[in-house]
Ligand binder design. Structure first.
Ligand code: ADP
Ligand code: ADP
Length: 228
């Protein structure tokens, strides 16, 4: 369970987030949709504390992320993977090398790393590409690497920051299908921000609509997007 309680974020005098309250169940795919500048990136970055909120609580599995020490936060962040619009891959590392990165950071033994990497590359369909470099991959393949890297440590939450926004419609479909599969297989909670309403309709069960730093509507996708 992830609960955001009264989250406010100020940049100087500018209120990027204004009293955000959200509750996200384990295993759910939760969409947050809004126009550019609405505060989506800021909000999703509050969940893993890349942007600490100015006030409010971020409660993950009963722990308030805003109250943790640096060392505790480092531990808790291992439960949270993240994927990005522009993939953020390391260009000087191969596919396998990119996926290995978080495992190296947490000093996972080499043999176990190899096993995990093989499993995850199989899951995202990139086994044959393990020795390629990012520059040799299509956008969809790069995002598969991003997803593999984000989930290789078995996190319980995956944050997606406009992860399909740089991809063509066919590739968007295949990436959304992969995310659905991962959600089912691993039971991972997915929080997805996007400006693309179609993406939310395709994948999310619950949705919140954000405008100028405020949640203006929320509920199930079926309720919100089905015309009476
Ligand atoms: P979105 O992801 O919905 O496009 P953002 O969360 O990136 O929106 O930004 C929300 C608002 O906060 C925008 O007006 C943006 O310019 C502003 N903003 C974001 N980050 C910063 C920052 N580090 N400093 C100042 N203003 C920021
Ligand atoms: P994205 O929407 O892909 O996150 P942005 O260009 O909105 O990309 O933001 C990139 C980075 O710049 C983020 O870290 C964001 O917090 C920061 N940023 C966005 N708007 C502003 C702003 N007005 N002033 C300072 N930093 C900003």
């Amino acid at each position: 369970m992830i609960e955001l309680k009264h989250i406010t974020k100020l940049y100087g005098n500018f209120k990027a987030l204004d009293d955000i309250n959200l509750s996200i169940k384990d295993g759910e795919i939760f969409g947050i949709v809004g126009q550019s500048g609405a505060g989506k990136s800021t909000l999703i970055r509050c969940v893993n504390m890349l942007e600490p909120p100015t006030s409010g609580e971020v409660i993950i599995d009963g722990k308030d992320m805003t109250k943790l020490s640096k060392a505790q936060l480092r531990e808790e962040r291992k439960k949270i993977g993240m994927i990005f619009q522009h993939f953020n891959l390391l260009s000087n590392r191969t596919v396998a090398g990119n996926v290995a990165f978080p495992l190296e950071l947490s000093h996972v033994p080499k043999a176990e790393q190899a096993k995990r990497i093989n499993e995850i590359l199989e899951l995202v369909g990139l086994t044959e590409y393990r020795n390629k470099y990012p520059s040799q991959l299509s956008g969809g393949q790069k995002q598969r690497v991003g997803i593999a890297r984000a989930i290789v440590s078995n996190p319980s939450v995956l944050l997606s920051d406009e992860a399909t926004s740089a991809l063509d419609p066919e590739t968007v479909k295949s990436i959304l299908q992969l995310l659905k599969d991962i959600n089912k297989k691993m039971g991972i909670t997915i929080i997805m921000i996007t400006h693309q309403m179609e993406v939310i309709k395709e994948i999310a069960e619950q949705v919140a609509v954000i405008e100028k730093g405020k949640i203006i509507e929320q509920g199930s996708v079926v309720d919100l997007f089905t015309n009476p």
